[in-house]
Design a protein around this ligand. Structure first.
Ligand SMILES: Nc1ncnc2c1ncn2[C@@H]1O[C@H](COP(=O)(O)OP(=O)(O)O)[C@@H](O)[C@H]1O
Ligand SMILES: [Mg+2]
Length: 251
């Protein structure tokens, strides 16, 4: 891995489009991703991955993000395998955020510093982002004292301040109240308008309908459907997706 000189945001480095080709992940004798294949186009938008519990959604998103190396098949970012340098252009937000025990503002300044901003510049950028996303009033609050919803909004902002080309989110609103969930969705929409590609796993079909430009339907480790969201919800092509949307237990 090269030790590239830190440059603030590296806008010239590209990870999109992202492709997963015949991805196989096996653990303990079980095949968890079973030749899963999909591609995510270059450009702004929201790709939502849905599917039954245990379908492999978390594993798929982690594999696309370069955090899990598949046993077979391959992931490419803009045509070549994931690498740590370009990983700076990707962000990942988990279900439960881990914030540093310092102010909300300093949590943002900290990551900006890691990416080459000096303190003064980082504070300006961080404060602007907090204000843009309705969090200015908690700037000076210890991040670990914030509500769950505020912490998750801050975690999302911590990813967004680095201006990723693509942001991966694994059930970011799973434990949140409706108001916080809507605030998160608003943050995502703002970022998408500025050019971000979002790849989101959710259990919440209403959220999928609100956010998705395209849907990936995963079932038993395979991508059974991928397509334009409106079309998917109107007329899912597979019996498995129809059953899933109808709320039937899909095993
Ligand atoms: N590291 C691992 N070792 C063994 N089994 C795993 C591992 N990670 C995930 N699994 C299993 O793989 C399946 C898919 O997991 P996951 O991707 O978390 O599904 P989903 O997010 O769709 O609910 C589950 O049955 C889970 O128990
Ligand atoms: Mg999961």
């Amino acid at each position: 891995m090269d030790q590239t000189v830190l440059r603030p945001i590296m806008r010239d480095v590209q990870v999109m489009p992202i492709a997963g080709d015949a991805l196989v992940v096996r653990r303990d004798g079980r095949t968890l991703l079973d030749r899963a294949a999909l591609s995510i186009a270059h450009g702004a938008g929201v790709t939502v991955i849905i599917g039954p519990n245990g379908a492999g959604k978390s594993l798929l998103i982690r594999t696309l993000a370069g955090l899990v190396v598949p046993d077979l098949g391959r992931v490419t970012w803009a045509g070549s395998p994931p690498d740590r340098r370009r990983a700076r252009r990707t962000g990942f937000v988990l279900q439960r955020p881990v914030m540093l025990r310092r102010t909300a503002l300093d949590n943002l300044v900290y990551v900006l510093k890691l990416h080459g901003h000096n303190d003064a510049a980082g504070r300006v950028v961080a404060m602007q982002h907090l204000a843009d996303h309705g969090l200015a009033r908690v700037a000076a609050t210890n991040a670990q004292r914030l509500s769950g919803g505020e912490q998750q909004r801050l975690a999302l902002l911590r990813a967004l301040v680095l201006e990723p080309e693509v942001l991966f989110l694994d059930e970011p609103a799973a434990n949140l109240d409706p108001a916080s969930t809507l605030a998160i969705e608003r943050q995502l929409n703002v970022a998408v308008e500025k050019g971000l590609r979002v790849v989101l796993v959710t259990q919440d079909l209403a959220q999928a309908r609100r956010l998705a430009d395209e849907i990936v339907f995963l079932h038993k480790g395979r991508v059974l459907e991928k397509g334009e969201a409106h079309e998917f919800f109107r007329a899912p092509a597979t019996a498995e997706a129809r059953a899933f949307l109808a709320g039937d237990l899909v095993l």
